[in-house]
Design a protein around this ligand. Structure first.
Ligand code: ADP
Ligand code: ASP
Ligand code: MG
Length: 410
């Protein structure tokens, strides 16, 4: 029997009616002869509400306690989901992350999965149950509850699909699939039939909140077929898959905007071997995830180093830099929170020229100033003023015709 993992995001389980519809889907798949594992998120905006509750009590809550609190949202959904299955005549059982031994490291609020127990799930599947697992949460070796970072239920689902050797991981959400950019920000965006893991990984890490970045890493590594689709209807969505030859012809597949960013600049760091290592080792020890790094030599004695971090890591990053500033003889540190990053992504960039200039010209025509530029083989990103970032996104989407199907773009 094939195993299918179905993940339902917050809006797809927001109330009793939606939970019932999601349960209907799971039961239908089970009736088709599949063994079904459901991964569910917290209902609606519940995680945001829990975050607000925490901040009201303590503006800087301990991360371990944050995980204790936030994990309760998913625990509520899975039990309700199991009850919905029973109401529809299907036996089902819910599990927390800890009950299925979803083992993670101890990086509270952004833990990484290390191992997943599958025995308990497989036993229940074999007994004819639909198994419903709380997304977003795990447990560290000491038994502390951890969470995987906002949006992390996607990663729970894909990792479980990998561990169980599932046929497909279906991600049910409030959009019809993956679009060329966030359709809420650029309503003319078009849906893609498929996208490569590499492109989706870039899009996700650059701010396309539709999929949690690490879920794509699991998908690619363990060959999990991921199908992102709407929970409202049965039309096929977008398949995330290995690259196929025809994708190379597509110059730019998608664009993103990332506002949850801050930039830290270190001016006049001593230009000698080991200083970059010192700085970034120190940041890693403080569990800060660093995004784009730019270092430039300003003289034989001095260099400037800047990098971006997510806003939630800014306090830890600031503290870490203060601690290391003297050691590396840094003359000045500045922080900018009023920035955002716009990016374009496409595997076709590897073999085409004239992509970067088109992006920069589009920003120039929209009178958007570029603070800094970073690139990889398949993406170009520009840091811009937060105030101009929406206009910047529209300008680059228009320039790369992201309102047209991929094969109609010139
Ligand atoms: P869920 O609660 O189901 O996990 P999310 O809110 O996490 O849903 O993700 C779905 C949202 O992602 C969409 O409503 C959309 O606004 C946003 N999004 C951002 N980028 C894209 C994109 N490229 N394609 C589709 N949706 C996107
Ligand atoms: N409920 C969590 C969040 O809102 C996890 C998820 O939805 O994927 O971030
Ligand atoms: Mg999500």
């Amino acid at each position: 029997m094939a195993i299918v993992v179905q993940k339902f995001g917050g809006t797809s389980v927001a109330n009793a009616e939606k939970i019932r519809r999601a349960a209907d889907r799971a039961i239908a798949s089970s009736k088709q002869g599949n063994q079904v594992v459901v991964v569910a998120s917290a209902r609606g905006k519940q995680t945001d509400e829990l975050v607000a509750d925490a901040i009201e009590i303590n503006p800087n809550p301990p991360k371990r306690e944050m995980d204790m609190l936030l994990s309760t949202g998913e625990q509520q959904t899975v039990s309700l989901f199991a009850m919905a299955c029973y109401a529809l005549g299907q036996k089902a059982i819910s599990f927390t992350g800890s009950q299925i031994q979803m083992i993670t490291d101890d990086a509270h609020t952004k833990a990484r999965i290390q191992n997943i127990g599958t025995d308990r799930i497989k036993k229940k599947l074999d007994e004819g149950f639909i198994v419903i697992v709380a997304g977003f949460q795990g447990v560290d070796e000491e038994g502390n509850i951890t969470t995987l970072g906002r949006g992390g239920s996607d990663t729970s689902a894909v990792a479980l699909a990998a561990a169980l050797g599932a046929d497909t991981c279906e991600i049910y959400t409030d959009v019809d699939g993956i679009y060329s950019t966030d359709p809420r920000k650029y309503p003319k965006a078009v849906k893609m039939k498929q996208i490569s893991y590499d492109e989706m990984l870039e899009l996700a890490s650059l701010g396309a909140g539709v999929m949690h970045g690490r879920s794509i890493e699991f998908g690619k590594k363990y060959n999990v077929k991921i199908h992102v689709r709407s929970s409202l209807h049965d039309e096929p969505g977008t398949l995330i898959t290995h690259e196929v030859a025809k994708m190379e012809g597509i110059l730019v597949s998608g664009a993103t905007i990332h506002k949850d960013l801050a930039k830290i600049g270190m001016i006049g760091v001593d230009n000698r071997p080991g200083n970059a290592a010192r700085i970034f080792t120190h940041l890693a020890k403080a569990k800060v995830s660093v995004n784009d790094i730019i270092q430039t030599e300003v003289s034989s004695e001095k260099a400037n180093i800047s990098f971006t971090v997510s806003k939630s890591d800014l306090d830890s990053a600031r503290q870490a830099i203060e601690d290391i500033q003297e050691t590396v003889h840094c003359q000045n540190v500045f922080v900018r929170e009023d920035v955002a990053e716009v990016s374009i992504v496409g595997v076709g960039m590897r073999s085409h020229y004239g992509v970067a200039d088109r992006m920069f010209q589009a920003l120039a025509d929209a009178a958007v100033n570029i603070d800094s530029i970073t690139t990889s083989e398949i993406r170009i990103s520009c840091l811009v003023d937060l105030d101009h970032s929406d206009a910047a996104l529209t300008a680059i989407c228009d320039a790369f015709q992201l309102d047209k199907p991929a094969d109609k773009r010139t």
